[in-house]
Design a protein around this ligand. Structure first.
Ligand code: 9Z3
Length: 321
């Protein structure tokens, strides 16, 4: 068997980013999950979701974070499962989660009502759900249970940038066996900057030393080995986020040119819930959510997923899969 190619990024990952202890175990789980679902006739999507934490000290008191809520990843996971995909959900610890995301702003104690008994053991009374406080809970719970029974969702958590990088590499290698039936949907907002372990102070940075100046390294462009070495037959989608709309499409095209993957979903921070452009080497599709759509609870992720699952179908056919 040919040995997998080793890129310079592999070396950097091993040297400068702490390897999570459970990475091999998670990799085996992901490979078994992908194999099982492809045998059952499904496709598998790996979704990354949420922001990353970049520590400033090795015994971490402080870290650099970003805005991402994980809503894009969590809602997309639901639409992928509705479209017949099994989902590996590589998400930031405590970011939004499929189905539960709809209730994330609700205090659970306001949604439950206690009646009878005094709450003491042996006389614990009854707890009833107030469905007015949790609109749509019955539908969400039913779908969540179906998904659980069908084992369609494999949740994997990360917190730090190092965990994200190593787990994404493991996922790519695990899913490479299912070739073109794997999709990578890289919606996580990943830090571009980090402090290498060798340059990080061990203990809490002291404010008594005066103002803090940080110098950070560039995070390796992980998309490059993912597309070239780790999962070369997969269907790969990256996301491009900007705050300046005038540079967005140019940046998306440059990413496609550089990494040679299948599509970039381009979005601007403030309008990301209502407008994205799906850019491929040959096409450019604007997806828009109108006021009417908002009234009808239509979400942009439904359109993104519909666009990409069709493109994935064509891709699989072209690859002879
Ligand atoms: C995205 O652009 C996602 O759409 C969002 C979703 C993070 C904006 P939320 O989690 O937001 O629903 O609150 N993700 C990718 C962002 C990113 O960091 N991309 C990198 C870049 O633009 C390259 S992969 O340079």
């Amino acid at each position: 068997m040919a040995k997998p190619r080793m890129s310079s990024i592999d070396g950097k990952l091993a040297e400068e980013f702490a390897v999570p202890a459970h990475v091999e175990e998670v990799k085996e789980k992901m490979a078994a999950f992908a194999g099982h679902h492809v045998t059952a006739g499904r496709r598998v999507v790996l979704i990354t979701s949420g922001g990353t934490k970049v520590p400033l000290e090795s015994r971490t008191v402080r870290f650099l974070d970003n805005f991402s809520s994980g809503r894009r990843g969590a809602s997309s996971a639901e639409y992928f499962m509705d479209s017949g995909y099994a989902v590996v959900f590589l998400h930031r610890h405590r970011s939004l989660y499929p189905y539960a995301r709809m209730f994330s702003n609700i205090n659970m104690l306001d949604a439950l009502k206690f009646s009878g008994g005094d709450g003491a053991s042996g006389n614990s009374g009854e707890v009833v759900v107030n469905q007015q406080v949790l609109p749509d809970i019955a539908r969400a719970l039913k779908r969540y249970q179906e998904v659980k029974e069908g084992r369609l969702l494999l949740p994997i958590e990360f917190s730090t940038l190092s965990e994200y990088l190593h787990l994404l590499k493991a996922a790519a290698q695990a899913l490479s066996a299912i070739e073109s039936k794997a999709m990578f949907y890289l919606a996580a907002a990943v830090s571009d900057f980090y402090i290498p372990a060798s340059e990080m102070p061990e203990h809490k940075i002291q404010s008594s030393n005066g103002p803090l100046q940080l110098s950070m390294n560039m995070v390796p462009k992980i998309l490059s080995p993912l597309v070239k070495d780790w999962a070369p037959q997969a269907f790969v989608i990256s996301f491009k986020l900007e705050t300046d709309p005038t540079i967005l499409l140019d940046k998306a095209r440059r990413a496609l040119d550089a990494y040679r993957h299948q599509a970039v979903v381009a979005n601007v921070l403030d309008s990301r819930r209502g407008y994205v452009v799906v850019v491929t080497p040959e096409t450019q599709a604007e997806l828009i959510i109108s006021d009417e759509d908002v009234k009808n609870d239509v979400e942009i992720e439904e359109r993104i997923v519909s666009n990409l699952t069709s493109a994935h179908n064509k891709f699989i056919t072209q690859q002879g899969g």
